[in-house]
Ligand binder design. Structure first.
Ligand code: FEO
Length: 145
């Protein structure tokens, strides 16, 4: 129910905090963009063009997510990151899950929409804070040389 209250307050779902940054500029720009798509989904729920915004934003989100994962995977490979396989696996499962949600999504069911959007938010922030932050020491020092 907390999410409904947030919606009533007209706030963004994700307010970006400095601690979400990895220090790798391109990665951080892309993470902010992903958060922006999730905020757009959240805002769309109360918009009169809800259906078209949701459909377009879900397509944008999946395409941009794949683009972002490729950048990270290339970086990890280039820097011989030893947890590359596990990280890539997490990416793969997330893409499968988004595709599953897109197939099942009920545009007119706000409760399930909010649950999906909340899942996307939690996944992104947890993944950044735990899994992405783990590769930073293996990549960032050699990027700044
Ligand atoms: Fe930024 Fe591993 O996704």
């Amino acid at each position: 129910m907390e999410l409904y209250n947030l919606k009533d307050n007209n706030m963004s779902l994700i307010i970006w905090l400095d601690r979400y940054d990895t220090g790798i500029t391109e990665v951080d720009i892309q993470h902010r963009r992903l958060a922006g798509f999730i905020n757009t989904l959240f805002d769309a729920i109360s918009h009169k063009d809800k259906n078209s915004i949701l459909n377009q934003t879900l397509t944008d989100l999946i395409n941009y997510t794949i683009y972002h994962f490729k950048l990270e995977e290339d970086l990890m490979q280039k820097h011989h990151y030893n947890e590359y396989d596990a990280h890539k696996w997490e990416h793969k499962l997330f893409v499968e899950k988004i595709n599953h949600y897109i197939e099942k999504i009920q545009i007119n069911d706000n409760k399930s929409l909010l649950a999906i959007i909340n899942y996307l938010k939690d996944w992104l922030l947890n993944h950044i804070m735990i899994t992405d932050k783990k590769y930073v020491p293996a990549i960032l020092p050699s990027m700044s040389k």
